[in-house]
Design a protein around this ligand. Structure first.
Ligand code: MSP
Length: 894
C-alpha cells in the first residue's frame, strides 16, 4: 500500500433496531456499497461503516412489548441487519452497534469533552416529545409530531443542555463558505434556512414592537428601572459564574421588555469586548423567566448578517436537551447515572467510536487519526438536520474536525408514501432476493446450466435490486417502488439490454472467431469533440465544457466509449447515478453513471445491427471477414468497458461477464487498478473467452405477483424471540384492538393500519413468549391513538355483509377467499384468517367489512374490501366482529 494512499471514510446512518430491515434501509446501504467499491478500485484506502442504533425509549418499549430485555431484542434485530448485508454481498469494513463497549466509551468521552469545554449545562425542560423520532418537537400538548404525524407525549425532565445556540453563526459561515458540504442543494438550503430563522417574520415583529415601545404604556418608574437593572446584573453574574439558569420570577410584560433591552445592550457590549461571537458570555432573558442565552418570546429579535451578507435571526437556534431521565435504555451521563445521553448524541458518535475515538490503545488512536474526519456521511433526507446542525456543532464544541460532506438521498415510496414499518407499507429485501434468486436458479437449470448455489442466487438478485434502485430513482429525489417496475426495468435494461448484448456478442465471437477475441485493423488516431452534437450525441446532457477535444483511436465505437467515460467519471463524483426518466427534466441535466453505460450499450448494439456480422460471417470475401472481426472486436471491447463501468453497481453479475470475456477475476482486476482510467483497446486479440452462460434470464411478468404475494404472506417486521429470520408472527401488542382482517392484515402485519400509534407502530419485536397482556397494551394504544374528527371517521364505510362462500386458496395457508353479500352488491374479499377460522363455518355468518377500501390484488385475485376483527391475545388472533341483535345486511356502522 503506497504511503500516500488517499483514504475514503464513508458511512451510512446506523439503523434503528425497532424494525427489521426493508428495502428503504437497503437503498442507503447499497448506495454506500457502490461508492465503497468505486473508491476501492480507484486505489483509495476505503473504510465503509454501517451499523445499528440500539438505544432510546422506542427500543426500550419495543423490547418490553416483546417481553424480552432490550439487549436481547437489540441483539436479534441487529443480527438480522448484519445477516442481510452479508447475504447481499455488502462490503462494509465494520458494523458498529451502539450497545457495544467501544461505542459507549466514545460517547462518554465526547460528553465529558463538551462539558469540560463549557458547552453543557443543566436545566429543567417540559415539552412535547416524539418517541418515534426520539426528539422534542415544537408543538402544543396533544398535537402530533410535525415530522412523522405520530402522537407526542408531554415530558418534563431535568436535562443537560448543549449550547447549540452558540453555533448558529459558525455553522452558517461553514455552510455558506462551502467548508461543510451538504448535497443536494435543496437540502443545503433547508439546513441554512433552519439556521437563519425566519428573517421576514422577525422583521415584521420588530417593526410592531418598535411602535409599542414608543407608546406611553411602556414607561417604567425610574426607581423600578434601577431595581431591575440591579437584579439583572446579579443574574448575569450568577449565570457567568455557575453556568446555571436563573429565574426572575413573574414580571409584567413591560418589565420583561425592559430587561430584554438591557440584555441586548449587554450582549452587544460583550461581543465588542472579546470580538468573538462563539466565546462571548451572553445572557438574555427568556419567556420562561429563566436566564439563558437567547431571545425572549415576544421580545424584539436581532437580525444580523453573515460574512456573505445573508441575514439571519440571532438566537433562532435553541440550545438542545442532550440527556433524558425518564427512561434508562441508553449510555449513562458520566458521573450522573440517573440520566442517559440523548440518543442522537449517542448515535452520531458512532461515526467516530467505530474508528477508535474513546480508546487510548495506540492502534485505535492511529486509526482515528487516519480516518477521521469522515469523507462522506450518506443519509436519508429526514435526518439531515441531525447531521448538518447538531453533529457539526458537537464536533466544533469538542474541537474536532468536521465531516467533509453530507449527502442526502430521497425516500423510497410505496403506494405514494415513505416506505416505513410505521406506515405499514414496507417491502422486505428478502422477498426480492428469494424471488429473483429462485427465478435465476430455475432458469439456469432449465437452460441446462449447472444449478447455481444459494449464495450465487442471492448475489444475482442483490445485483438486480442494486441496479433497479440506482437506475430508477434519481439520487437525492424520492422515487416509487413497485414490483412491476422492477420486472419491467430488469427485462428492458438487463435481460434485453446489457445481457443480450453480452450473450449475442460472445456467442458470435465463440462461433465465428475460433481463436478467441478477434483481431482488429490498425487504428489511426482521430480527434473528436465531446459535446451534445459530437461523439457523445446519444448521451443526453449538457457538458461542463461544451467543446472538449480529445484524441481517440478511429475505431467506430472508440469515440462513443470516450464520451461515455467522459460523463461517467464526474457523474460518479457527484453521485449522479441516473437521470430522471422524465424527458423534460433530463434535457437540462448531465448524464449519470448508468446513462453513460446505457449509451455505450446502445451504440454497441447499433453497430452490431448495422454491420450484421452474423450475415457477413458466411461470406468468403476478405473485406467482409475484416468487417466481421473489426466489428466483433469493437463490440467486445465496448463490453469490457461497460462491464468495468457497471462493476460497482452490479459486482456479482459483472464478475461473470468479465470471466466470460476471458479476463479472469474482476475483484482482482479492481484491486490491480484495471477498472479505472479505462482506455480503448485494453482487450487483447487472441484472448480465449471463458465458459459462456446466460447472465440475466428474462423474468416473466408474473414474478411481480409472486413477490407481492410473498410480502402479503410474510410478516416482515416482527422478530420472534430467538429467531432472527423472517417471521410470520402477528403483532402481539395489539391487545384487543379492532383490526381489519382483510388481505393486507393477518399474515401481513407490514400493512397494519394501527401504525400511526407511536408506540405500537414502531414495535418491531413481538413474541409469543411473555408478550405484554392484552389489556395493558390496549391501554397503551388508546393513550397514543391520535384523535380523528367525525369527518375522518365518516370516510370509512363499514358495512354488515353475509358470507356466501368461504374457501382456502391453494398455496396460501393464511388466506381465505370470501364472497360476501352486502344486499346491494356482492364482493370478493381475501382475508388473512385461514389459521383461525374453518371456511365452512363462516358460510352464512354476518361480518363487518370496510366497504370502501381500494381493491388490491393478491395471488392473482382481487380483494374488494376488508373484514373487521378484534386482534386478541399474545398471538393477535382475529375474532370477527358481529352483533347480538339481528342486523340486516348492507347496514352501515356509524
Ligand atoms: N437511527 C437513525 C439514524 C442515526 S445515524 C447517526 C435513523 N434510523 S432509521 O432506521 O430510521 O433510518 C435510517 C436510514 O434508513 C434513513 O436515513 C435512510 O437512509 C434509510 N431509510 C429508511 N427508510 C427509507 C425509505 N423509505 N427510503 C429511503 N431510505 C430510507 O434514522
Amino acid at each position: 500500500m503506497p504511503d500516500q494512499q488517499k483514504k475514503f471514510y464513508l458511512t451510512t446512518p446506523i439503523y434503528y433496531v425497532n424494525a427489521r430491515p426493508h428495502i428503504g434501509h437497503a437503498y442507503t446501504t447499497i448506495a454506500a456499497d457502490v461508492l465503497a467499491r468505486r473508491h476501492r478500485l480507484l486505489g483509495e484506502d476505503v473504510f465503509f461503516l454501517t451499523g445499528t442504533d440500539e438505544h432510546g425509549q422506542k427500543i426500550e418499549r419495543s423490547a418490553a412489548a416483546a417481553g424480552i430485555p432490550p439487549q436481547q431484542f437489540a441483539d436479534e434485530v441487529a443480527a438480522s441487519f448484519e445477516a442481510l448485508w452479508k447475504r447481499m454481498g455488502i462490503t462494509n469494513d465494520k458494523f458498529i452497534r451502539t450497545t457495544s463497549a467501544e461505542h459507549k466509551r466514545g460517547v462518554q468521552k465526547l460528553f465529558r469533552k463538551l462539558k469540560a469545554n463549557g458547552f453543557i449545562y443543566p436545566r429543567p425542560y417540559t415539552g412535547q416529545y416524539c418517541i418515534s423520532d426520539e426528539t422534542f418537537v415544537d408543538v402544543p400538548p396533544g398535537a402530533p409530531c410535525p415530522e412523522c404525524g405520530r402522537p407526542t407525549e408531554t415530558v418534563t425532565e431535568e436535562n443537560y443542555y448543549f449550547r447549540l445556540s452558540r453555533f448558529q453563526r459558525p455553522l452558517i459561515e461553514l455552510i455558506e463558505s462551502g467548508e461543510l458540504v451538504i448535497e443536494p442543494e435543496a437540502r443545503r438550503s433547508e439546513v441554512l434556512s433552519f439556521l437563519r430563522g425566519n428573517v421576514p417574520a422577525a422583521q415584521r415583529k420588530n417593526d410592531q414592537l418598535m411602535g409599542k415601545r414608543l407608546s406611553d404604556e411602556m414607561q417604567i418608574a425610574a426607581s423600578r428601572k434601577a431595581e431591575l437593572n440591579q437584579e439583572f446584573l446579579q443574574a448575569v453574574h450568577k449565570v457567568q459564574t455557575t453556568s446555571m439558569a436563573h429565574s426572575f420570577g413573574p414580571m409584567p410584560p413591560i418589565e420583561r421588555f425592559f430587561i430584554h433591552t438591557l440584555a441586548l445592550t449587554y450582549a452587544d457590549l460583550c461581543t465588542r469586548s472579546d470580538g468573538k461571537d462563539t466565546n462571548r458570555q451572553v445572557v438574555l432573558f427568556k419567556e420562561d423567566s429563566s436566564f439563558v442565552e437567547g431571545t425572549p418570546n415576544g421580545g424584539p429579535q436581532v437580525i444580523k448578517e453573515s460574512s456573505r451578507g445573508n441575514p439571519y435571526v440571532e438566537w433562532a437556534l435553541n440550545d438542545l436537551s442532550i440527556s433524558r431521565s425518564s427512561f434508562k435504555w441508553g449510555v449513562p451521563v458520566p458521573d450522573d447515572p440517573n440520566h442517559v445521553i440523548y440518543v442522537w448524541l449517542d448515535a452520531l458518535t458512532n461515526y467516530m467510536s467505530a474508528v477508535g475515538y474513546g480508546s487510548d490503545a495506540p492502534e485505535d488512536v492511529a486509526s482515528f487519526e487516519k480516518y477521521w474526519p469522515a469523507d462522506l456521511h450518506l443519509v436519508g433526507k429526514e435526518i439531515i438536520r441531525f447531521h448538518c446542525v447538531y453533529w457539526p456543532a458537537f464536533l466544533l464544541a469538542a474541537g474536532l474536525p468536521l465531516p467533509k460532506k453530507i449527502q442526502a438521498h430521497g425516500w423510497l415510496l410505496f403506494e405514494e408514501s415513505k416506505m416505513s414499518k410505521s406506515r405499514g407499507n414496507i417491502v422486505r429485501t428478502e422477498t426480492i432476493l428469494d424471488a429473483f434468486g429462485e427465478h435465476y436458479r430455475k432458469e439456469l437449470t432449465r437452460l441446462g446450466q449447472p444449478e447455481p448455489d444459494k449464495g450465487d442466487c442471492d448475489l444475482f438478485a442483490a445485483d438486480v435490486l442494486r441496479y433497479f434502485l440506482l437506475r430508477e430513482i434519481p439520487f437525492g429525489q424520492d422515487g416509487s417502488f413497485s414490483f412491476d417496475a422492477l420486472i419491467i426495468r430488469y427485462n428492458a435494461d438487463l435481460a434485453n439490454g446489457y445481457g443480450n448484448l453480452v450473450s449475442r456478442t460472445l456467442k458470435m465471437v465463440e462461433q465465428i472467431c475460433l481463436g478467441g477475441v478477434p483481431s482488429h485493423r490498425d487504428w489511426g488516431m482521430t480527434t473528436i469533440i465531446l459535446s451534445d452534437q459530437g461523439a457523445a450525441g446519444g448521451v443526453r446532457a449538457g457538458l461542463p465544457d461544451p467543446n472538449q477535444f480529445v484524441k481517440v483511436p478511429d475505431a467506430d465505437l472508440a469515440g462513443h466509449a470516450a464520451a461515455a467515460l467522459f460523463f461517467y467519471e464526474p457523474a460518479f463524483r457527484s453521485l449522479n447515478f441516473a437521470l430522471p426518466t422524465n424527458e423534460g427534466l433530463r434535457k437540462s441535466m448531465k448524464a449519470g453513471v448508468l446513462d453513460s453505460a446505457e449509451f455505450l450499450i446502445s451504440e454497441a448494439d447499433g453497430l452490431l445491427t448495422r454491420k450484421a456480422p452474423w450475415k457477413l460471417a458466411k461470406s468468403e470475401e476478405p473485406t467482409d471477414k475484416e468487417i466481421v472481426s473489426n466489428c466483433l472486436y469493437e463490440v467486445a471491447e465496448s463490453i469490457r468497458i461497460i462491464t468495468a463501468m457497471l462493476y460497482p453497481i452490479m459486482p456479482h453479475t459483472t464478475a461473470k461477464v468479465w470471466a466470460q470475456l476471458g479476463l479472469g477475476d474482476i475483484e482482482q482486476a479492481a484491486c490491480n487498478g484495471e477498472l479505472k482510467d479505462l482506455k480503448w483497446g485494453g482487450l487483447k486479440p487472441g484472448r480465449k473467452l471463458g465458459a459462456l452462460a446466460p447472465i440475466f434470464p428474462r423474468a416473466p411478468k408474473e414474478l411481480a405477483q409472486v413477490m407481492a404475494d410473498m410480502e402479503a404472506q410474510n410478516n416482515p417486521a416482527t422478530p420472534k424471540s430467538g429467531d432472527s429470520g423472517a417471521s410470520l408472527q402477528n403483532d402481539a401488542s395489539t391487545g384487543g384492538k379492532l383490526q381489519t382482517g382483510g388481505a393486507t392484515q393477518y399474515g401481513d402485519s407490514s400493512a397494519t393500519p394501527q401504525n400511526d400509534k407511536g408506540v405500537r407502530g414502531d414495535t418491531a419485536g413481538t413474541s409469543t413468549q411473555g408478550a405484554a397482556p392484552a389489556t395493558e397494551n390496549s391501554e397503551l394504544r388508546t393513550e397514543n391513538s391520535p384523535t380523528i374528527s367525525i369527518d375522518d371517521f365518516a370516510k370509512v364505510d363499514l358495512r354488515v355483509a353475509r358470507v356466501l362462500v368461504a374457501e382456502r386458496i391453494p398455496k396460501a395457508d393464511k388466506l381465505l377467499r370470501l364472497e360476501v353479500d352486502l344486499g346491494y352488491e356482492k364482493r370478493q374479499i381475501l382475508a388473512g384468517i385461514a389459521q383461525f377460522y374453518e371456511p365452512e363455518k363462516l358460510v352464512g355468518r354476518k361480518v363487518v367489512i370496510v366497504a370502501n377500501l381500494a381493491p388490491r390484488k393478491m395471488r392473482g385475485l382481487e380483494s374488494q374490501g376488508m373484514v373487521v376483527a378484534a386482534s386478541v391475545g399474545p398471538d393477535g388472533a382475529p375474532v370477527l366482529a358481529g352483533f347480538l341483535e339481528d342486523v340486516e345486511i348492507g347496514a352501515r356502522l356509524k
